[in-house]
Design a protein around this ligand. Structure first.
Ligand SMILES: *Cc1c(COP(=O)(O)O)cnc(C)c1O
Length: 397
């Protein structure tokens, strides 16, 4: 590619592609956004980077304030990390240090849903789905944690008693050695684009409280409006103990993530023997990344983002619906700004990508999931074009 603007990516040979991926779900405002360009330029003239040990600065403080404001009530402490995976590592270390400080040194394991994805570094990898993740390849290197089946499919599907029983049983068996339960609320992203009823999260929260586990929400994919609410936690209606945000945090400009926690979690760690959270990345709180994250959040809040997501959702549902009748298709589902066509057979990524490029769209499926997560600023015609290309592909296969 050579350049990108709005929801259009221009290739080196001049061809233009409509973007259905938002660069792995980050570029929510599209590309080459004047407000974000200006924020980066202005910050380079102040400071591009300074060590965060001993120093703090306005972009980091202002970002912290914004994150506390837009996340659920009670998440008042913010740790800045350099990528989503690192923010998950930090969340896991927070949970272990918290338990350690309370004298529960035996609680070094985690409990999680199967089918999850939490990143590619060691800690996150160990709580990714054991089958589709890299557990086989890195067996012997990865720590071993505990898994429970993922909640049954369907955002609106009625709760299943049998599943709630299995969940309670998993806690009964494994909770005494676990520091926390970690999951992606409402939507499991890279683990399968799986949507589930937020009421299951309430059940998890109650079990965590009963068994002394912290609850970590990984909102790296779901944060900043993607599921129709600012954070997916809002569907569940309560505040987790720890939350990770990343991906769309900087509007897709620079790598940055954050781990938020409650005052209680922070105070227990600060009162402990270690006195601080034992993690300090070199590029922690990078001013350029923080400044563009502030500008991205401001731009999102100033935009009619809820109406945009509602409209995007309606357009995805309308234009993907015909796929449900096609024999290659197993399921079609839409939630917020996410549209998924699940096929029976695995798709050949190289082949399908070439087909889509020929049709003037950028869509990169995985496994049996052909999905769209476009920038929020896509036009109705662009969504129709993206969906039309998917229909054409699945109609032929
Ligand atoms: C992408 C993702 C991560 C990892 O983030 P990176 O920035 O790629 O390290 C973690 N959790 C979820 C839910 C993600 O979607």
């Amino acid at each position: 590619m050579a350049s990108a603007h709005g929801a259009t990516i221009t290739l080196a040979d001049g061809r233009e592609l409509t973007d259905g991926m938002a660069s792995w779900w980050c570029a929510i405002h599209g590309y080459n956004v004047p407000e974000l360009n200006a924020a980066v330029k202005a910050q380079t003239e102040q400071t591009s980077h300074v060590m965060f040990g001993g120093f703090t600065h306005a972009p980091a403080v202002e970002l912290g304030q914004r994150l506390v404001r837009i996340t659920p009530e009670g998440l008042n402490k913010v740790f800045l990390a350099d990528s989503g995976s690192v923010s998950v590592e930090v969340a896991m270390k927070m949970a272990v240090q918290y338990q350690h400080a309370r004298g529960a040194r035996e609680r070094g394991k985690f409990l999680t849903f199967r089918g999850g994805y939490h990143g590619d570094t060691t800690g996150p990898m160990s709580v990714c789905d054991p089958e589709t993740g890299m557990h086989g390849l890195f067996a012997g290197f990865l720590p071993v944690h505990h898994f429970v089946a993922r909640p049954p499919a369907g955002f609106d599907a009625p709760l299943e008693e049998d599943y709630l029983k299995a969940l309670a049983e998993a806690f009964r068996l494994h909770a005494p050695e676990c520091a926390a339960f970690i999951c992606e609320p409402v939507v499991q992203g890279a683990g399968g684009m799986h949507f589930y009823n937020p009421a299951y999260l309430r059940a998890v929260k109650d079990l965590c409280e009963a068994h002394g586990l912290l609850l970590i929400f990984d909102e790296i994919a779901t944060g900043f409006g993607r599921t129709g609410t600012m954070l997916a936690a809002e569907h569940a209606g309560f505040t987790p103990d720890i939350m990770c945000v990343g991906k769309a945090l900087t509007g897709g400009y620079l790598t940055l993530a954050a781990t938020l926690c409650t005052d209680e979690v922070a105070e227990v760690i600060n009162r402990s023997e270690a006195r601080v959270l034992m993690h300090g990345p070199t590029f922690m709180g990078n001013p350029l990344a923080c400044a563009v994250a502030c500008a991205s959040i401001d731009l999102l809040l100033a935009s009619p983002w809820q109406e945009r997501i509602t409209r995007l959702s309606q357009n995805l549902a309308l234009h993907l619906r015909p796929a449900a009748q096609m024999k290659a298709v197993k399921d079609v589902r839409v939630l917020g700004g996410i549209g998924v066509v699940e096929t029976h057979e695995r798709v050949d990524v190289a082949k399908v990508q070439a087909f889509f490029v020929e049709r003037g769209v950028w869509i990169r499926p995985f496994g049996t999931r052909i999905y769209l997560m476009p920038p929020y600023i896509v036009s109705d015609a662009e969504v129709e074009k993206l969906c039309g290309a998917i229909l054409e592909w699945v109609g032929r296969s």
